[in-house]
Design a protein around this ligand. Structure first.
Ligand SMILES: Cc1cc2nc3c(=O)[nH]c(=O)nc-3n(C[C@H](O)[C@H](O)[C@H](O)COP(=O)(O)OP(=O)(O)OC[C@H]3O[C@@H](n4cnc5c(N)ncnc54)[C@H](O)[C@@H]3O)c2cc1C
Length: 381
């Protein structure tokens, strides 16, 4: 039986774009379906860290809004600030432009792009998967589910045990002299919102400002906290604010396997974002690349599954599972956070920068510094 495609990818975010690029480049007949018309918006601060940049194709170029060489961690109770700088640490992009550039790059390498085409349902069979859109059906040997946090289709086949954090962000347009206050520094503020953090990321002509927090027992008026954070930074109503929007970030991996029948889960749909920083690009790229490689090199679904799980084991699933253990006490225990920052703030900031550069891992850090693991275990959340 002939199928329409070797690979269908659902979703044109970083996970889907990079997966489609790699399968198409390897000569597989690839189609990418995106429900929105491209270019499309995505709620995201658009900070792409160095270790994620390192995973991009060599011949891929994309519009850069600004570069932050410095990471700043600010504690507000008590007031303490730590900074660490490295060249090109975080590249600030607009998701509208970045995701579109990556999708066009996949198209240039042979992928068929179907934008404005929502996949309504999928049906897996032994030899292929059937994809239904509003207008017609397609068949494919393998399906990559890169549909993001909402994961409507993935949730029909996988139990949704991902932990979802809520985040709110907006863009505030500033005159050059005010923007200069924020230039070159990616800033994270703790003790602004309970069990989470606030951030300010400088872009070309505006700042992206936001808050993210673990789900909480008691209701928090996140918009009020957001306004207070703006005021604290001298961002008055005189400056134009656009696109205040909230969304979810899945920060713990699903517990089941990441491939079922001929369907592979990648990126946010799989729950692959960092539970400490909520950074999603690195794991979206890594899982998209490994899913593509597994399909290219595997001779049948069981080999594809084996290759995919081996590919993401160390750098995605082990890493995220290790950091999940760290994140809850870190965010839920003010006391532990205080102790960590007071005693090891400068080291933690440097360690975080090493991590964002790809020079160290959470698993490596926990193995090396067993005192962190011991300290975490000793404090009751
Ligand atoms: C407020 C906020 C700020 C963030 N800031 C950062 C940051 O600075 N740095 C960072 O690394 N990460 C950040 N993240 C996380 C990051 O945005 C995600 O981890 C990342 O986008 C995941 O990529 P993805 O490809 O898995 O999914 P997405 O980027 O969400 O892409 C999924 C795509 O699938 C499409 N789709 C869904 N269903 C269908 C369907 N049925 N048919 C066709 N198409 C479909 C969607 O329209 C979408 O285009 C942030 C997240 C939030 C919410």
């Amino acid at each position: 039986m002939n199928f329409d495609f070797d690979v269908v990818v659902i979703g044109s975010g970083p996970a889907g774009g990079i997966a489609a690029f790699h399968t198409a480049t390897a000569g597989l007949k690839t189609a990418l379906f995106e429900k929105e018309m491209l270019p499309r918006r995505k709620v995201c601060a658009g900070g792409v860290v160095r270790r994620a940049i390192n995973l991009l194709p060599e011949d891929f170029s994309y519009p850069v809004e600004s570069t932050c060489d410095t990471l700043e961690l600010r504690m507000h109770n008590p007031e303490t600030t730590f900074q660490e700088s490295r060249d090109g640490l975080i590249t600030m992009v607009s998701r509208v432009d970045f995701d579109y550039a990556l999708t066009k790059h996949a198209e240039k390498h042979g992928a068929e792009i179907h934008d404005g085409t929502a996949v309504k349902s999928v049906t897996p069979f032994d030899d292929y998967v059937k994809i239904d859109t509003e207008t017609r059906s397609y068949t494919t040997r393998y399906l990559i589910l890169a549909e993001g946090a909402n994961a409507r289709i993935s949730n029909k086949f996988w139990k949704d045990d991902r932990l979802l954090v809520t985040a709110l962000e907006s863009e505030v347009f500033l005159p050059e002299e005010k923007l200069r206050e924020f230039k070159g520094v990616a800033r994270f503020d703790f003790d602004i919102i309970t069990s989470g953090y606030a951030w300010i990321f400088p872009k070309k002509d505006h700042i992206n400002i936001g808050l993210g927090a673990f789900p909480q027992g008691k209701k928090t008026n996140i918009n009020k906290v957001f306004d207070e954070y703006k005021a604290m930074n001298g961002i008055t109503d005189a400056y134009e604010e656009k696109n205040r929007r909230g969304y979810i970030i899945p920060i713990t991996p699903r517990k089941e396997s990441y491939m079922k029948q001929r369907m592979l889960l990648v990126g946010d749909a799989a729950g692959f974002a960092d539970p400490i920083t909520a950074e999603g690009f690195t794991y979206a790229f890594k899982s998209g690349i490994e899913a593509a490689k597994a399909i290219v090199n595997g001779s049948d679904p069981s080999e594809v599954s084996k290759l995919y799980h081996e590919g993401i084991d160390l750098e995605v699933t082990q890493e995220l599972n290790a950091v999940t253990k760290l994140s809850k006490p870190f965010y839920f225990s003010k006391r532990l956070r205080g102790v960590l920052f007071r005693r090891y703030g400068a080291r933690m900031c440097k360690g975080m920068v090493d991590l964002l550069e790809g020079k160290r891992s959470y698993v490596g850090a926990l193995n090396k510094h067993s005192f962190i693991a011991r300290l975490i275990r000793s404090i009751k959340v």
